[in-house]
Design a protein around this ligand. Structure first.
Ligand SMILES: Cc1cc2nc3c(=O)[nH]c(=O)nc-3n(C[C@H](O)[C@H](O)[C@H](O)COP(=O)(O)OP(=O)(O)OC[C@H]3O[C@@H](n4cnc5c(N)ncnc54)[C@H](O)[C@@H]3O)c2cc1C
Ligand SMILES: *[C@@H]1O[C@H](CO)[C@@H](O)[C@H](O)[C@H]1NC(C)=O
Ligand SMILES: *[C@@H]1O[C@H](CO)[C@@H](O)[C@H](O)[C@H]1NC(C)=O
Ligand SMILES: *[C@@H]1O[C@H](CO)[C@@H](O)[C@H](O)[C@H]1NC(C)=O
Ligand SMILES: *[C@@H]1O[C@H](CO)[C@@H](O)[C@H](O)[C@H]1NC(C)=O
Length: 558
């Protein structure tokens, strides 16, 4: 049966090629008319001439990529023009939707953890809170006309200086566009505005037995989640933001409103413009509406906690489980130092934790019986790999308590760090490598940090090979800390990984490291795309990669 099918389709394929060949022969393969050729040449010529309309290119020559050297520095509105633009924006949104209050200006430039600090003049001229797609479009038309920078802002939980207004301008806070517009229960999708908080979305979906996959920082909103391709503990099961979006409505730099596609699950309809905006960190357009994929909430889910004396034993447990086809809903790792911080801060309940390396697994099954089998397998794999203190939480309250500790781990570690080193600076990292390389990454990194007498905790999404090391250092250790963090990123690249698994690039040290990871040409291609969509470079300038040859912002000198 199968063989027949392939033979049939092979014949069909022959037919197909035959008809195409005869068709092209029919149109006279080599006898192309010279006039057509001339026309083509004219097209190519005028296209490249048109390209010189590019605002800041020095040369008129066409190139597929845009190198930093080929650009002039962008110029932005004078303070007089900014004031004029702000007046016009006020007329669009009304006086209650625009502010210059110092509190709000601060909130829209400094992140509460102080990871990547704005330079003294890096704050917005004003904060605007649009309430509709049309308002966003009108605001962008004005900013485009006056060359005023626009920095989209949603939940403000990003940690790489993502929303630092490097050249001032308008901080565009989408928090008031927070409506859940349409739930298509049967299609498992939902249409939302960008200011919807992912946890509130899950509360809304819960009675339907549904959920949104990604679970990044508490307080993050859909606009920011998509713009950073965020993920979280659920990614091992449901993927990152990019796997959970069907379509977007985006306002471009000049105010044009585009919808990337309809709602079907499948499509072969040209360029994937949805994906273009995922991970673009506000540099290509403002996401004003999104159609998101939904999942059924897992039934019969338990949380397993397992301690280990050696990191290699913990990661071996993860790869063993994968190879047995056991799929977990989450696979999280915390090292002994991280666990010490958790214990010392008295997070959750002291019964839950011991100061050893720990794996936290979420496992679910369709029936109670299959869950039992699953738990038994996990137990034996863990034991085989010298795991101990194996705990299984099935009570809703216990699960909630344990998981909250995991989700608020960053805050917890910050508080702990400030307790043990009151004057310390704290920097998070976000490297990601193939899972099998994770033990090497962790041990080599931690050994180096210890040798340099730096305090550090490690936690991560072990199922994805994504590691967050939090480096804690006194002012006089700053130079060596930055060096070691950069070395860690380079090690991740060496292990065929990335400098950012889920947080993004922003204006952090990773902007330089990304060039190393992807190569100059790939970054130059990103710059071409940026300038093709945003000729005046008004959208979140300087983020992800440099757009100005004379800019030399160094995150570590402050
Ligand atoms: C305690 C804590 C835990 C965290 N855990 C995780 C985790 O597990 N996984 C993870 O992935 N991240 C995590 N993060 C990081 C953070 O939550 C994510 O990066 C999140 O996606 C940011 O969303 P936001 O709404 O806060 O975006 P914002 O901080 O407001 O903005 C982020 C970027 O997106 C752009 N942007 C915002 N809205 C739009 C829009 N509508 N259109 C276009 N661009 C826009 C901004 O210009 C900016 O560049 C954590 C953070 C904290 C503080
Ligand atoms: C988003 O994240 C997923 C999973 O981490 C990755 O496969 C994908 O390449 C990322 N996409 C973008 C546009 O960054
Ligand atoms: C297009 O990109 C989106 C977002 O990254 C992704 O979810 C979708 O699967 C992609 N579609 C196709 C047809 O590749
Ligand atoms: C696991 O632990 C045992 C005993 O502590 C040790 O001998 C073994 O080498 C470890 N395995 C790995 C992969 O680290
Ligand atoms: C922290 O800094 C203050 C002010 O510079 C100093 O007086 C204090 O001794 C420092 N504390 C520690 C623990 O280093």
């Amino acid at each position: 049966m199968f063989r027949n099918c392939t033979r049939l389709s092979a014949r069909a394929r022959d037919c197909f090629y035959m008809s195409r060949r005869s068709l092209s022969q029919g149109s006279g393969g080599s006898s192309r008319s010279p006039s057509l050729f001339a026309l083509l040449a004219t097209c190519v010529f005028s296209a490249s001439a048109g390209y010189a309309g590019h605002y800041y290119t020095k040369s008129q020559d066409f190139a597929s990529t845009t190198s930093l050297d080929s650009l002039k520095s962008p110029t932005y509105a004078s303070s007089k023009s900014v004031a004029e633009a702000i007046d016009k924006i006020r007329q669009i949104v009304g006086p209650d939707s625009i502010t210059t209050s110092p509190g709000e200006i601060d909130y829209h430039s400094k992140d509460p953890s102080n990871f990547v600090r704005p330079k003294p003049d890096e704050h917005p001229n004003c904060v605007v809170y649009p309430t509709s797609v049309e308002q966003v479009s009108e605001i962008l038309k004005i900013c485009h006309e006056y060359s005023v920078p626009v920095i989209p802002f949603s939940g403000g939980t990003s940690i790489e200086g993502h929303y630092i207004p490097t050249r001032q301008g308008v901080s565009l806070d989408l928090g008031r566009m927070n409506k859940i517009l349409r739930l298509h229960e049967e299609d498992l999708d939902v249409v939302v505005q960008p200011g919807v908080d992912w946890m509130e979305l899950n509360e809304y979906l819960s009675p339907y037995g549904l959920m949104f996959g990604p679970d990044p920082g508490p307080g993050a909103m859909i606009g920011g989640i998509l713009a950073t391709n965020a993920s979280g503990t659920n990614a091992v099961k449901y993927g990152a933001a990019k796997d959970n979006v069907l379509s977007l409505t985006v306002v471009l730099a000049d105010g044009t409103i585009v919808k990337t596609k309809n709602r079907p699950r499948k499509s072969s309809n040209g360029y994937n413009l949805t994906n273009l905006f995922i991970g673009s960190e506000g540099t290509l357009g403002v996401i004003v509406e999104a159609t998101l994929k939904l999942h059924f909430k897992p039934q019969n889910e338990v949380i397993a906690t397992i301690n280990f004396k050696e990191i290699g034993n913990a990661t071996k447990t993860v790869t063993d489980l994968f190879r047995m086809g056991i799929s977990c809903n989450a696979v999280e790792f915390m090292d002994d130092k991280q666990m010490r911080a958790v214990c010392e801060m008295g997070a959750g309940s002291s019964d839950d934790w011991a100061p050893d390396h720990m794996l936290l697994l979420k496992v679910g099954a369709t029936s109670k019986e299959s869950l039992k089998e699953l738990v038994a397998s996990i137990n034996s794999v863990a034991k085989k790999n010298h795991g101990f203190n194996i705990g299984i939480a099935s009570d809703e309250e216990d699960k909630e308590r344990i998981w909250t500790v995991r989700k608020t781990l960053l805050w917890n570690s910050l508080q702990w760090a400030r307790k043990v080193k009151p004057n310390a600076t704290i920097l998070p990292t976000d490297v990601c490598v193939p899972v099998s390389r994770l033990p090497e990454l962790i041990t080599r990194t931690m050994t180096k940090l210890e040798a340099a007498d730096l305090l550090a905790t490690a936690a991560g999404h072990a199922g994805d090979g994504n590691l967050h090391v939090l480096v804690i250092f006194d002012p006089e250790q700053k130079k060596v800390a930055h060096e070691l963090i950069n070395e860690m990123s380079k090690l991740a690249i060496e292990l065929e990984g990335t400098v950012s698994g889920e947080h993004g690039i922003g204006v952090s040290d990773k902007r330089e490291l990304l060039v190393e990871e992807l190569g100059v040409d790939t970054i130059d291609l990103m710059r071409s795309i940026k300038y093709a969509l945003d000729k005046k470079a008004i959208l979140n300038p300087d983020h992800i990669f440099k757009i100005d040859p004379s800019e030399n912002r160094n995150p570590s000198d402050d």
